[in-house]
Design a protein around this ligand. Structure first.
Ligand SMILES: [Zn+2]
Length: 567
């Protein structure tokens, strides 16, 4: 490819909307352009990278027995109504109506479609296991698209669905895919960490996310440096915090006036108590019924963990009227003493001795409140947000937190979709059984963005060879110099004959401009043909990643390049 012909419009300026390095460089290096919020066109260089990532994914999916299909983007509403997700998905779903007034959506995912496909054909256990995958566009009407390809509204995904006869089969599919994902990301040059995650709206109970740790990102990951424990913040658990061996003496309860003090900060300042001496009481509505959550004053409630503990379909903070009705006090003075609704306490909250709590009475709190003596809880559970420094639940070492970019996720779905859509098979006894399913996604665009997050510097992208848009750029310092132009073209043609993906920068530009573009786009190898080396029959090689430079005789360059990109 000649640089003068390549449609890769580079930008000198940093686009204002780009917060992340990957977003900035994908625009600046001419890999993509924005068409609408969260919707992008891939330009030739960007598409080459996408296709290489897809090729790696295909190889690894085929290796574990995956068979590629291509399902439609436009999906009928009826299937989604069968599983109840037509309503559950809410505003994130792009919906459309055809000329006959039939409703459709642009697929945000394909569980319904693939289950429908399989229920029509699979009859017997002899047809199992079955692993189907596709690579295609998905649509989610994100409220706030951001970070370029990381949170877009149209994005390319690889999604695989496994169908097994029993749990053991699902386990095999799940771990086969888990290990395939490790290979895929490693081949793309990514350092990923599989973390335990919450299954959220997709359903099922076992799931891992493959996270790329980064300085910025949209998810928070807690991980242990002493063992392999890692979980996203929605899921992360804390080990037991060591207690003082002799608990302090329980003092008598004492009601104290706290006029107008409703927040933990105000109450602790007013009473001169530490936040960890307080217990926060929050009133929620779980499927419409009031329930109280207790967490220590310096902790935050994790609503996802709380909802999982309650097992309810909907969970929301109670409205003012409900809070006043169940506590008998205005908002800000709720406490567990005398509360007549179910109370779930976080483990750490139950260990506070002589706690400060709301008095369920306007402008009053109670000091020296003790669980068991002064109030009872319905249940004790892990319902708080884990933070850096909390003990690892596996080994007790302090946890570290970091931002993460989720590039893949594996789910054990079980029978959630097969039961709803009546996708069954006959086992060897002729008994009808629901198919046991798993689903496995990789964000292709996100993977590309994550690779840039981990492989860039202040000059631009430094692609890993495996997914670089081209391996090599050949840059004559002055194209008008006949000798330089001729040698550069000979090197370029020799590399092409050796199947190296190479660009010749044939533009009549200053060398500085050409070098800047080469660094920005991130060709792993740059070959510079300049007057000094050329006089010795040499050219200069620069490796983008390390900045390492060397001179080589022109006739040895092809061998060197082939060895480097294969090695
Ligand atoms: Zn640990």
């Amino acid at each position: 490819m000649l640089m003068s012909q390549l449609y890769a419009p580079t930008l000198r300026e940093t686009p204002a909307e780009a917060e992340l390095a990957s977003h900035r460089y994908m625009l600046r290096a001419g890999l993509m352009r924005r068409s609408a919020a969260g919707i992008y066109t891939f330009l030739p260089l960007g598409l080459r990278v996408v296709r290489k990532v897809e090729a790696i994914i295909r190889e690894e999916m085929n290796r574990i027995g995956g068979q590629e299909v291509l399902m439609p983007i436009v999906q009928p509403a009826e299937l989604w109504q069968e599983t109840g997700r037509w309503n559950d998905y809410g505003e994130e779903m792009f919906r459309l109506t055809d000329r006959h007034n039939r409703q459709f959506c642009l697929g945000p995912t394909h569980e319904e479609l693939v289950t429908d496909l399989v229920r029509a054909e699979v009859r017997s256990y002899r047809q199992l296991p079955l692993r189907l995958y596709q690579i295609q566009n998905k649509y989610r009407d994100e409220i706030r698209p951001r970070f370029g390809l990381i949170r877009g509204r149209e994005f390319i995904m690889k999604d695989m669905y496994s169908f097994d006869r029993d749990e053991a089969g699902l386990d095999e599919s799940y771990w086969a895919c888990y290990h395939a994902y490790e290979r895929i990301f490693s081949r793309c040059g990514l350092d990923v960490r599989p973390v335990e995650a919450d299954s959220g709206a997709i359903g099922g109970d076992v799931t891992h996310e493959f996270m790329v740790l980064a300085d910025v990102g949209e998810a928070v990951v807690l991980y242990c440096s002493a063992c392999d424990y890692a979980a996203n913040v929605e899921r992360a658990e804390s080990g037991k915090v060591a207690q003082s061996e002799v608990p302090p003496k329980q003092l008598p309860m004492e009601e104290v006036a706290t006029p107008g003090k409703t927040t933990i900060a105000e109450v602790t300042e007013f009473l001169g108590a530490a936040p960890q001496q307080c217990i926060k009481t929050m009133i929620y509505l779980a499927d419409g019924e009031p329930v109280a959550a207790l967490v220590r004053g310096d902790h935050e409630l994790n609503e996802i963990k709380f909802q999982r503990v309650l097992g309810c379909a909907s969970l929301e903070l109670a409205d003012t009227a409900t809070i006043e009705r169940v506590t008998g006090a205005p908002v800000g003075f709720a406490g567990p003493v005398g509360l007549r609704i179910p109370v779930v306490a976080d483990h750490a909250a139950t260990e506070v001795v002589n706690a400060v709590v709301g008095a369920n009475k306007a402008d009053y709190h109670i000091k020296n409140v003790n669980i068991g003596r002064d109030f009872q809880v319905t249940r004790t559970a892990d319902i708080r947000v884990v933070v850096a420094g909390d003990p690892c639940p596996k080994c007790g070492a302090p946890l570290t937190s970091a931002y993460g970019i989720e590039v893949g996720q594996v789910f054990k779905l079980g029978t959630k979709y097969s039961a709803a859509l009546k996708a069954t098979f006959l086992d060897e006894n002729g008994t009808e059984q629901p198919l046991i399913m798993g689903c496995y996604g990789i964000g292709v665009g996100r993977t590309v963005a994550a690779v840039i997050e981990q492989n860039h510097d202040e000059h631009g992208i430094a692609w890993p060879v495996a997914i670089a848009p081209y391996h090599v750029i050949v840059v004559p310092v002055t194209i008008k110099d006949e000798q330089q132009a001729k040698t550069a073209r000979e090197i370029y043609e020799a590399l092409q004959r050796a199947d190296v993906e190479v660009v010749l920068d044939d533009r009549d530009e200053r060398p500085g401009v050409k070098f800047k573009d080469a660094d920005l786009i991130g060709f792993p190898i740059r070959i510079t043909v300049g007057p000094k080396s050329l006089r010795k029959g040499m050219a200069e090689i620069t490796l983008r990643k390390t900045g390492e430079r060397m001179e080589l005789p022109v006739d040895q360059i092809t061998d060197y390049v082939v060895k480097t990109i294969k090695g």
